[in-house]
Write a protein that binds this ligand. Sequence first.
Ligand code: WTA
Length: 653
Amino acid sequence: MSDTVKAPLVHASDEFISRAHVDASGYEAMYKASIDNPEAFWAEHGRRIDWIKPFTKVRNVNFDFGQVDIKWFEDGTLNVSANCIDRHLVTRGDQTAIIFEPDDPATPAQHITYKELLEQTSRMANVLKEHGVSKGDRVVLYLPMIPEAAYAMLACARIGAIHSIVFGGFSPDALAQRINDSEAVAVITADTAPRGGRRTALKSNTDKALTDCSDRVKCFVVKHTGDQTTWVQGRDVDLKAEMAEAAPYCAYTEVGAEDPLFVLYTSGSTGKPKGVVHTSGGYLVYAAMTHQYTFDYHDGDVFWCTADVGWVTGHSYIIYGPLANGATTLMFEGVPTYPDAGRFWEVCAKHRVNQFYTAPTAIRALMAHGPDHVEKHDLSSLRLLGTVGEPINPEAWNWYNTHVGKGKCPIVDTWWQTETGGHLITPLPGAVPTKPGSATKPFFGVKPVVLEAESGKEIESTEAEGVLCIADSWPGQMRTVWGDHQRFQETYFQQYKGYYFSGDGCRRDADGYYWITGRVDDVINVSGHRMGTAEVESALVAHEVVAEAAVVGYPHEIKGQGIYAYVTLMNGVEPTEDLRKDLVKWVRQEIGPIASPDLIQWAPGLPKTRSGKIMRRILRKIAENDYGALGDTSTLAEPAVVDDLIENRMNRG
Ligand code: WTA
């Protein structure tokens, strides 16, 4: 066990504890109740949202490989948009639902009330309906972080359509792949997306993508910046103009608890990205409940999650969780370093933010600019800080705690995944003392187990190290992979029978605290974004000069992990610096900037077993500059290959 596991507990202040939703004994009691009698527990908490027809069945779950089937509240009906908007109107119609902070600090922020949110969402829903979008249809959203992104999500939910958001940093190819895989009937995009003073040409990317898609796909365009774009008559719709003409109210559609709310593509260890399917009832209950407890959210609080709605964090903790709870949620269009590295803190001060939730990579990037950028802003409104996406290293934790939290804000390190819909392992502030770097304890209803990686045997002792699985379902769990239930079962339920396999490794210390040690599969975590190494490899080998490629992660000071690519060129191709740059550019075009390799090493050969399997373990070690400990190399077909790779390694830090 490393020293950090013995780290002292960090307790919240008495003042914080006195108003927290749960205290230590409350957490223990509620957790126990949720595990002893999940039916009763979730029957009660399932009622935190409004049902049109109340459910009578709470859960119906089978984790057996071959028959995996997950249903929650299955005979209930509801509408998610009505839960996020309409039900708040009586008590908080004039309260701000969304604060929109634009990229350019000189542009005024917008405060959108719940009443206005209903009107804008309704108008957009009516436009979608007029163009034939109906219940069950898939609609791809490729948008900046603007209020229209929230309207679009809620408009889809209002009419029972299924949204699938594609992060604005993805390439036209990646967008086309997702439109085609989900068989979407429409895309909602914007002319251009300003970020950090630069503009991404979303509409022009969409035009390129749509050349690879069915002619029937409609394209709704938000004229956001007014930048010039091409226009395809009959296909493109000026969304804002039609919203202005549309009726200001749209009745919501009744959907089943298990009808899909959204599909969100995420990277796995093999093949193309998977469409993670989340359904309506269980997801909303779970997103709302975790938002309330993890962030100790109280009525009237201003909550800011800095993620993009293109990721699951944005779905659950910018939109669905906060709005279901009637919160004021902040949407930020920009980046942390524009116009300077104090932007986050300036925005916190300006809008009197109470809970602030971001990624360790952002903290590390800001840390590098020094504390002055923080110190000059009034952060007295902050009560709680959160992190997500990767383990937080002690330096970043200390900086966040000292300079941002002034030592008085609990820091919740939330472990979860696109697949889980909401937090699974996280401290509840005030109830669970934290240890810097540990996600601490499970949320209500979550049964984490640590298995021996090889045998799959559950480790019963409190102190344990192995792979992290979950022994039973929770309402926010993904239900299937879009169009491929078999792949869903194979990915999450085949290797360790009877469990949901997270793909992460972990340690459990003597206090029963969980420490996530990172992915045990070929997924890497770059700046808090999940990337399948197989995806980057297939982009590289699609280039005409590349014969073979292997991609691994390596420790990166800011990004957490960087992308390290070993590339074998076609015979006779000269490895040059220009070619290296070309390949980076190529991957950016194929997938998007987030997939750009940080280091490319020319590899005359890759280390393979005699049966031709690439020995990634060795490639990882070399990329980590840890080549002294390569482990067993006796199965290598050509040991000399490794000497060459070590000799020419790119990371000597
Ligand atoms: C990693 C993001 C350590 C983990 C919500 C997981 C974390 C993957 C943490 C999911 C954390 C997320 N500590 N690692 N607090 N949170 N991860 O699907 O490897 O984009 O499997 O979901 O991020 O990434 P995803």
